[in-house]
Design a protein around this ligand. Structure first.
Ligand code: RP5
Length: 162
């Protein structure tokens, strides 16, 4: 199946975090692609990616980066698609706040839906929810996923109160 979600990241060092987006998309059976696009080291590749993603059938972009994390914002500046930004606590990040604020504090007109530091799992769920607006079978899988979360907590409550 053609990918509907594109997971991009500034470096392969972001992979341990960004794999969490991949895993939840696999669990929810959402077709995705995953690659490296660096705003600073491969600016031309970033431009080409952002200009063409929607023409290839991509519906949502998840972009992860750390430190001076310009990738999500620059992709959002170029692409008409919704961009979900994942701040990564990377080797060049002071304490994670640099990554968070670089992705969060976008100027008016260019939104990036920013998840928590290292929050790639939630980025994957949010991307699936956006895709599910036009896909009722996927929406049913998301409903089942939420029911599973509830059941897991109820089981913990049951054990704790026993
Ligand atoms: C960012 O710099 C990348 O997204 C990564 O989080 C960080 C460090 O990259 P490497 O030096 O590990 O390649 O652009």
């Amino acid at each position: 199946m053609n990918p509907k979600v594109s997971i991009i990241m500034g470096s392969d060092s972001d992979l341990p975090v960004m794999n969490q987006a991949k895993e939840i998309l696999e669990e929810l059976n959402v077709p995705y692609e995953l690659t490296i696009v660096s705003a600073h080291r491969t600016p031309q590749r970033m431009f080409e990616f952002a200009e063409n993603a929607h023409l290839r059938g991509i519906e949502v972009i998840i972009a992860g980066a750390g430190g001076a994390a310009h990738l999500p914002g620059m992709v959002a500046a170029i692409s008409p698609l919704p961009v979900i930004g994942v701040p990564v606590k990377s080797s060049n990040s002071i304490d994670g706040w640099d990554s968070v604020l670089s992705i969060l504090q976008m100027p008016g007109g260019v939104p990036v839906a920013t998840v928590a530091l290292n929050g790639a799992k939630n980025a994957g769920i949010l991307a699936a929810q956006i895709v599910s607006v036009q896909d009722s079978a996927l929406r049913d899988r998301i409903i089942a996923y939420k029911q599973k979360l509830t059941a897991q907590v109820e089981e913990k409550v049951r054990k704790l109160e026993k």
